[in-house]
Write a protein that binds this ligand. Structure first.
Ligand SMILES: [Zn+2]
Ligand SMILES: [Zn+2]
Length: 444
């Protein structure tokens, strides 16, 4: 090829890459190739970190060992590090060599009060205090993988520092699953919300935030949704108070047990008769009911607890009103009284539609085309609070071993939940690719 022709060919190739990327500049092509190489090179360390964290899981707000490991690693990479946010959270700032925007990447560090079965050479034998009780602890939601992948992402991106336009904020958050130190009804904040209350986004406000969650699914497949993705979650408590008396003479009592049965039925109609289910789903579940001491005694009170899930703030507020009204008025009609405190736990995680559309091509390249649409998820995510402050994108990574059927794999929070470590490099590559592509793109 002549010089002019090869130059033209080069320009065409770059343009093709640029249109493939859906971005305005060619920087991301070179950076993305580097990300791929460096993510593969960090694999051995990445797996070692993951196993170490897996073997030493810590409950929400007790992640002292994990956060020390993270902070030392980030300092070693030359990042600006802030520790002790929201008790045990760690935040690292990587300043690129060129001016640009700021992107935040988030991992959660906490484990669950679940007993890990024997088998893995790095299985957990840890126990810890959970709301005042000693319990076994296991990384049964894969946050060990998230922490290790974000440590690896920090290493990959720190190596590209000079060519990076803008800044990367690495958020290692505690207590995604809630605090192990206190119950939610105390009104205290934890995790992402507490980090924000402590000013996480005050000095440096990122322009976008990304996170990834491992779950059963074809190995290395990324799935995502645009818009609402995980549910809001609120805890419902109902105390029905009647008038205690003899079970043989119920007419002299006000029976909170039969009243509670009516209340539970009434709550079903909040979902089936009141909610516009074709607009947005609503779930109301009563999970516990306790009352009574003997077969021939009408008790004074019955206590129930449950959960409310929605994907829309208006549906959420309306559901709270309808649930309170149904419970209070049904109890009143029986001559009893219902008190219905509802504690807001997590918001709906909403993936920003414009950001999602821009980043889907990046996900496709990172996962070699294996990207699918995810269904609405009934679980909730602390990431929702970050994504409410700045445009966010939260995606899922399939981690089921190739010789197993993902549909039959144990779900997150199950003692048999299993992460195939082959997925970790891909997760790292995905997070790092999202960051470099976002920073390289022309701001709109
Ligand atoms: Zn979980
Ligand atoms: Zn989780």
């Amino acid at each position: 090829m002549t010089y002019a022709r090869s130059l033209a060919y080069f320009a065409l190739t770059v343009m093709a890459f640029m249109s493939l990327a859906g971005e305005g500049r060619a920087d991301n092509v070179a950076l993305e190739a580097e990300v791929r190489k460096r993510s593969a090179a960090v694999e051995e360390k990445l797996i070692a970190w993951r196993r170490d964290i897996h073997q030493h899981p810590e409950l929400g707000d007790q992640e002292t060992r994990t956060s020390r490991l993270v902070a030392e690693h980030l300092r070693g990479l030359g990042l600006e590090v802030r520790t002790g946010m929201a008790r045990t959270g760690v935040v690292g700032i990587l300043k690129g060599g060129k001016p640009g925007r700021t992107v935040a990447l988030r991992a959660d560090m906490d484990a669950l009060p679940v007993k890990e079965p024997e088998g893995l050479p790095f299985a957990s034998k840890e126990t810890a205090q959970y709301h005042g009780k000693r319990v076994p602890v296991m990384h049964a939601c894969g946050h060990d993988a998230h922490t290790a992948m974000l440590m690896a992402t920090a290493e990959v991106l720190a190596g590209l520092k000079d060519d990076l336009p803008g800044m990367v904020m690495f958020i290692f958050q505690p207590a995604e699953e809630g605090s192990s130190l206190f119950a939610p009804a105390t009104g205290k904040s934890w995790g992402a919300k507490l980090m924000l209350e402590e000013g996480l986004f005050e000095k440096v406000k990122p322009d976008a935030v990304f996170a990834l969650h491992v779950m059963p699914g074809p190995l290395g497949e990324i799935s995502y949704r645009s818009g609402p993705t995980t549910a809001s979650s609120d805890t419902l408590e109902i105390t029905v108070t009647g008038k205690q008396g003899h079970g043989g003479m119920p007419w002299d009592t006000v029976d909170p047990i039969t009243t509670s049965a009516l209340v539970i039925s009434g709550l079903q109609t909040v979902v089936s008769r009141k909610a516009r289910l074709t607009d947005s789903p609503l779930v109301v579940t009563v999970g516990t009911i306790n009352g009574g001491t003997g077969p021939n005694i009408v008790p004074e009170t019955v206590q129930m607890t449950g959960t409310i899930r929605t994907y829309d703030d208006k549906v959420r507020e309306q559901a709270h009103r309808d649930i309170r009204l149904a419970a209070e008025k049904i109890a009143e009609s029986a001559g009893a009284r219902a008190i219905v405190p509802i504690t807001k736990m997590y918001d709906t995680t909403v993936n920003n539609e414009a950001l999602t559309a821009k980043m889907v091509p990046v996900l496709k390249r990172a996962a070699d085309g294996r990207v699918t649409q995810a269904p609405l998820v009934g679980a909730s995510e602390d990431f929702s609070f970050f994504a409410k402050q700045v445009p966010g994108l939260y995606v899922f990574l399939g981690v089921t071993p190739r010789d197993q059927d993902p549909a039959k794999a144990a779900p997150n929070h199950n003692p048999k939940f299993f992460v195939d470590e082959e997925s970790l490099v891909l997760g790292t590559r995905t997070m790092a690719s999202l960051a470099v592509n976002y920073l390289s793109a022309e701001p709109k």
